[in-house]
Design a protein around this ligand. Structure first.
Ligand SMILES: Cc1cc2nc3c(=O)[nH]c(=O)nc-3n(C[C@H](O)[C@H](O)[C@H](O)COP(=O)(O)OP(=O)(O)OC[C@H]3O[C@@H](n4cnc5c(N)ncnc54)[C@H](O)[C@@H]3O)c2cc1C
Length: 291
């Protein structure tokens, strides 16, 4: 069976799988199990000329209603594994945060407790420099291993060669993050577990649970909280209707499913305008909107 038949999903519905439960289709989504799949796929001339969209766990992505007509990539297989080496962990980009956090707890590895409460994948984390509770993925990373679709080669870059910023990690065009090499530091299992539970409890108290959202819609401006700026700029209507903000946290959605992605985008622009008018601050989106 060719890669085309075996690994291709056509008209993949992002609304079905995204955390926002909204979004257009991906015309061609290839499920990539290993490095050979990648080289096979990107050897093809018809593939290389198209634009690329890699998806992780779709917890921070909204695809506009028109859909994405390029090459979608979803890593699986080999990229869902974690290997413990002498001085680092090699973590596949498709590993989910919650899984890695629980794995580290089992092995008595500390420092990954914060990932217990983030619903992304390691690839998405490295792309976004995800973080919470004063920690970011860059603090744990030693290097990023990625595939460059132009020359079909795999490269490794050390963290000190990369410029990670707040919610902006490894965002090199035409590349697919395959693995992260992560630090290992041993800790007491009881303390690790307690910290995971503490983070979970803080989140349960401060953020809406089991709702259709993408986490924070906007990045926090320097020394400011986006939710406070939003709350002080909008009226009650922003908390009502099929697209709405959460009353628990004004930087979170609490949407109905299957809302048009373009309407969500428009709603986001309305919030930005309100905040700009009230505070003269332009909020920058954390959510990745794909058109
Ligand atoms: C309830 C909730 C709570 C959240 N809390 C937090 C939080 O506390 N802190 C935080 O930082 N974020 C938070 N988020 C946002 C989100 O979980 C993170 O941004 C996460 O890193 C996204 O991972 P993902 O796998 O879902 O990425 P996706 O949404 O699938 O993709 C995000 C971006 O990464 C790119 N990408 C994904 N995988 C790869 C890859 N292998 N190679 C190249 N590019 C790739 C995509 O193209 C896209 O541009 C939250 C989201 C939700 C729904």
């Amino acid at each position: 069976m060719t890669l085309e038949n075996k690994n291709l999903v056509t008209n993949f519905s992002s609304a079905k799988y995204s955390w926002l439960k909204s979004g257009g289709k991906i015309s061609h989504l290839y499920k990539i199990q290993n490095k050979n799949d990648l080289t096979d796929l990107f050897c093809r001339n018809d593939i290389r000329s198209k634009s690329l969209l890699v998806i992780g766990n779709l917890s921070n992505t909204l695809i506009k209603d028109e859909g994405f007509y390029g090459i979608g990539i979803k890593l699986s297989g080999d990229f869902t594994n974690i290997h413990i080496k002498t001085d680092h962990m090699l973590v596949g980009a498709a590993v989910l945060d919650n899984y890695l956090s629980k794995f580290c707890y089992q092995k008595g590895i500390s420092g990954y407790e914060f990932l217990f409460t983030i619903p992304g994948s390691i690839g998405g984390n490295i792309f976004m420099n995800a973080g919470c509770y004063n920690q970011e993925i860059k603090d744990k990373l030693l290097s990023v291993i990625f595939f460059d679709i132009n020359d079909k080669k795999i490269y490794e870059k050390n963290i000190d060669e990369l410029q990670f910023e707040y919610r902006k990690g490894f965002q090199k065009k035409n590349t697919i993050i395959l693995y992260g090499k992560f630090k290992i530091s041993l800790g007491d299992k009881k303390n690790i577990k307690n910290l995971m539970l503490e983070y979970e409890s803080i989140r349960n108290k401060t953020q809406p649970q089991k709702v259709n959202c993408c986490g924070s819609i906007f990045k926090n401006p320097i020394n400011q909280s986006a939710w406070k700026l939003i709350k002080s700029s909008i009226d009650e209507s922003f908390y009502n209707g099929p697209i709405k903000l959460s009353k628990i946290h004004s930087n979170f959605f609490e949407n109905e499913p299957n809302i048009s992605a373009n309407s969500i985008d428009l709603f986001i622009s309305k919030i930005q305008k309100k905040v700009k008018d009230r505070h003269q601050i332009t909020l920058e989106k954390e959510l990745r909107i794909i058109s």
